[in-house]
Design a protein around this ligand. Structure first.
Ligand code: ZN
Length: 139
């Protein structure tokens, strides 16, 4: 899948629940928008509301993204590029789990283009589907 078709489509959903019932569901094109939409919805909602975002359960494949800590959050040597894989239908809130098992807070990371940054080797060694998404030829 190319990056162009990802940005044209709306693979992400943001949902809000009050008292266990879903009250809002919004489809968005990217993760940044998913977070800002979730934050906005929660801000406008009563205290008992809860929210989350996911890759839509009907989306045909998992979506992989490259993330690293923003400058200043950790030392430069720890700012390696991790990979996260988001399975369709799996709800998330403010943390992302990398392929190497780290839990990163959304507010502490920046999103990179594939190939940017110094790769986290454990993540990249586990990222075969990511190679396929990029159209990288495999041996
Ligand atoms: Zn990693």
């Amino acid at each position: 899948m190319s990056t162009d078709s990802l940005t044209a489509a709306r693979p992400f959903v943001v949902a809000l629940w009050v008292g266990g019932a879903e009250v809002t569901r919004v489809e968005v094109s990217d993760l940044h928008t998913a977070y800002s939409t979730l934050a906005e919805l929660l801000e406008q909602s009563p205290g008992e509301a809860s929210g989350a975002w996911a890759v839509a359960s009907g989306w045909p494949e998992a979506i992989s993204l490259v993330v690293r800590f923003r400058p200043g959050v950790v030392g430069e040597r720890q700012r390696v590029a991790h990979i996260i894989t988001l399975a369709p239908g799996q709800w998330h809130t403010w943390a992302l789990t990398t392929l190497c098992g780290r839990s990163l807070l959304v507010g502490e990371v920046e999103f990179l283009q594939p190939g940017q940054g110094m790769p986290c080797m454990p993540c990249f060694l586990r990222s075969r589907p990511f190679d396929e998404q990029l159209g990288v030829a495999r041996a």
